[in-house]
Design a protein around this ligand. Structure first.
Ligand code: BES
Ligand code: MN
Ligand code: ZN
Length: 497
């Protein structure tokens, strides 16, 4: 689904198809744009007045078949005050550009210039990133196209700019991030009859061609390691559980890696503590954390990030059958700690407990960040705008917050503490897998913390941000692919040598 848009870079004098231009909130164009629009300068002024178009950021003005221009349509996009624009605004404007063009257009030229003049190659790459993300659609299972829903199968999108070669080079570094987001979206949108643990593992193996080392552990291997918590979750499913370990070695030889861990529940029925029917179909996305880790590893490998990173994902299906685990069962995790399973629907923490312990013990990582659609309660607390962030390390928190602001994949820190930890002590085992009704996201995080030792660690509860995401200028998909850009930014800004 990733190549509907063919992105290219051309000089200013080679423009074809639908024309997209930018102006600021004084309705001012850059010099090359002004030149291109000379034949319709007056028409453009009258159209702006008629539409009350003022060049506010992300607003658009469309002129169909402008006489004197060799173009079926002109789309003018407002940038507001062009001096204030940050990278994240450029990504957004790239999305607005694609959104402003009719879906049936198969050729588009964006004049990559603001009122202040030419854009840097890196800025053009950010526009292209936004365009790519906006153009994504998951329509693999649509066999018919309804009237009004037609769209071009292939779109040639060219950025006209001062230095096409430099822009192309900058895009090569960013393209892998866009692809990483779309890989994550595809995995999350895919239904669970297609994407069960073994199939998910197969798709992750696609990263091998980028130089990522991949191991897939099956049930027998995990049993040998003593992963009773993860295996208990998967034992009611006809699909075998898998653990996938991905390694990208771009850092100094022998240096400890950074590590990312994902919850990969390919479908969460709740198990014997079964969920109500309404909305259960969304639980095909309960592997969004794992999908993000795969997308991130793709991004790091394609841009040859100078860092050593491990990605580990626990892949299971939480089903109720004759072999399923029961409330009251006690399982022994790989760490040796025992867990009383009060509610089989609190399964994500059981999976993560073993994967976090395994990664920590085997790789001694500099930090571990896990992502999980872990609790409905995080949506009660934060809605869909921020992911919940829980951490034992203030510096990691600060860095994640900064990367979140830069990418607009934002995180909000939530508390941890011994008072909350007490809530998950069990009568019969070392701990139980649920607390009470209150502070559900926090007790889930406390549970995870019991498996990370002293390693700097952050847990991102993405139940709100990853699924049924609010529609934005850069996302029209049910799954946003949340987290790939956040973590790629974190790595780029703080962990590359
Ligand atoms: N996968 C769910 C959490 C979830 C809910 C994600 C809605 C996305 C959207 C998780 O496994 C779960 O069922 N959590 C329970 C925990 C409870 C049993 C302690 C929940 O949130 O209700
Ligand atoms: Mn559940
Ligand atoms: Zn779940």
């Amino acid at each position: 689904m990733t190549d509907r848009l063919k992105i290219g870079f051309t000089p200013f004098n080679r423009v074809g198809g639908v024309l997209v231009t930018f102006c600021n909130d004084g309705l001012k164009f850059g010099p090359a744009t002004q030149k291109a629009l000379t034949p319709i300068a007056d028409l453009q002024r009258r159209a702006a007045a008629a539409d009350r178009f003022t060049g506010k950021i992300a607003s658009t003005l469309t002129i169909i078949a402008p006489p004197g221009l060799d173009s079926p349509r002109l789309v003018v996009i407002g940038t507001g005050k062009e001096r204030n624009l940050r990278d994240r605004d450029l990504v957004r404007l790239g999305g607005v550009a694609v959104g402003g063009v009719p879906a049936v257009a198969d050729e588009v030229t964006i004049l990559a210039e603001f009122a202040g003049g030419a854009l840097k190659a890196e800025q053009i790459a950010q526009l292209a990133l936004g365009a790519r993300l906006r153009a994504y659609r998951f329509d693999r299972y649509k066999t018919k196209r309804k009237e009004g829903e037609e769209h071009a199968e292939k779109v040639e999108l060219n950025f006209a700019c001062a230095n096409p070669t430099a822009a192309e080079r900058a895009w090569r570094r960013v393209e892998g991030i866009a692809d990483g987001v779309m890989i994550a979206r595809d995995l999350i949108n895919e239904p669970a009859n297609v994407l069960y643990p073994a199939e998910f593992a197969r798709r992750a193996m696609g990263l091998r061609k980028l130089g990522v080392a991949i191991e897939v552990l099956d049930v027998a291997a995990m049993r040998k390691l003593g992963m009773g918590a993860l295996l208990g979750v998967g034992q009611g499913s006809g699909h075998e559980s898998k653990l996938v370990v991905m390694r990208w070695n771009g850092g100094k030889r022998g240096s400890n890696p950074i590590a990312f861990v994902g919850k990969g529940v390919c479908f969460d029925t709740g198990g014997i503590s079964i969920k109500p029917a309404a909305g259960m179909e969304d639980m095909k996305g309960d592997m969004a954390g794992a999908a993000c880790v795969v997308g991130l590893m793709h991004a790091l490998a394609t841009r040859k990030a100078r860092v050593s990173a491990v990605g580990a994902i626990g892949l299971v299906e939480n089903m109720p059958d004759g072999k399923a685990q029961r409330p009251g069962d006690i399982v022994t995790s790989m760490s040796g700690q025992t867990i009383e399973v009060i509610n089989t629907d609190a399964e994500g923490r059981l999976v993560l407990a073993d994967v976090l312990h395994y990664v920590n013990k085997r790789f001694k990582p500099r930090f571990m960040i896990n992502l999980a659609t872990l609790t409905g309660a995080i949506m009660v607390a934060l809605g869909q705008e921020y992911a919940g962030l829980f951490s034992n390390d203030d510096r990691l928190v600060e860095r994640l917050e900064k990367a979140g602001e830069a990418t607009r994949e934002r995180v909000w820190r939530m508390p941890l503490g011994p008072e909350y930890d007490k809530i998950i002590d069990s009568k019969f085992a070392d701990m139980k897998n649920t607390g009470g009704r209150w502070a559900g996201s926090i007790t889930a995080a406390q549970f995870l913390q019991r498996f990370v030792g002293k390693t700097p660690w952050a847990h991102l509860d993405i139940a709100g941000t990853a699924l049924g995401s609010p529609q934005t200028d850069t996302n029209k998909s049910w799954s946003s692919g949340w987290g790939v850009r956040l973590l790629d930014q974190l790595v780029a800004d703080y962990y590359e040598r």
